[in-house]
Design a protein around this ligand. Structure first.
Ligand SMILES: [Zn+2]
Length: 176
């Protein structure tokens, strides 16, 4: 039977390949955070990968009942409205990108708020949470070790999305 042969082939294929590569395996304590992106979609996916690698206790997955929701807007500034740990409504302002700010860094930064990090406008590019204070020449989309460890700590032990992250203020990426 053709179907039987197909099923056998699929079985062989599926068993002949690793279920998931090592880097895709969540840690024991990883908590899944679903996200959606109606704008800056590629940047959202890249940012999710960045955070998944930096903070193994977080596993950002696109789809599901998304609690981190990313969309594009024009005007008002790139910003995040955190709603608890692993929860935020995020707007990426096309004007920020047009002004030269690196879109991937903006998206990763705003997701950082959704993962519990506050702003740190110290102007230092190695900090993801320095946001627009590091200037448009800064194209670093990665959290530094301290930022990554903080998020990993917040998500350790399977914290739930209803737990307050401590980040409640509206954020604007590029102030002034
Ligand atoms: Zn911010």
């Amino acid at each position: 039977m053709a179907l039987g042969a197909l099923a056998a082939t699929l079985t062989l294929v599926s068993t002949g390949m690793p279920a998931a590569s090592a880097e895709e395996q969540p840690s024991t304590f990883a908590r899944t955070v679903y996200y959606s992106a109606s704008g800056y979609s590629a940047e959202a996916d890249q940012s999710a990968q960045i955070w998944n690698s930096a903070a193994p206790n977080v596993r950002m997955v696109r789809g599901g009942n998304a609690t981190i929701r990313i969309s594009a807007t024009t005007g008002g500034g790139s910003r995040a409205y955190p709603c608890g740990l692993g929860c935020a409504t995020i707007y990426i302002d096309r004007n920020d990108v047009a002004a030269g700010h690196y879109a991937l860094r903006i998206v990763a930064h705003e997701i950082g708020h959704g993962l519990g990090l506050p702003d740190n406008y110290n102007g230092v590019c190695s900090y993801l949470m320095s946001g627009g204070s590091a200037g448009t020449s800064c194209r670093n989309p990665n959290p530094n070790a301290a930022e990554a460890n903080r998020v990993n700590q917040l998500f350790a032990g399977g914290a739930t999305s209803t737990e307050a992250s401590g980040v409640t203020e509206t954020d604007v990426y590029a102030k002034g």
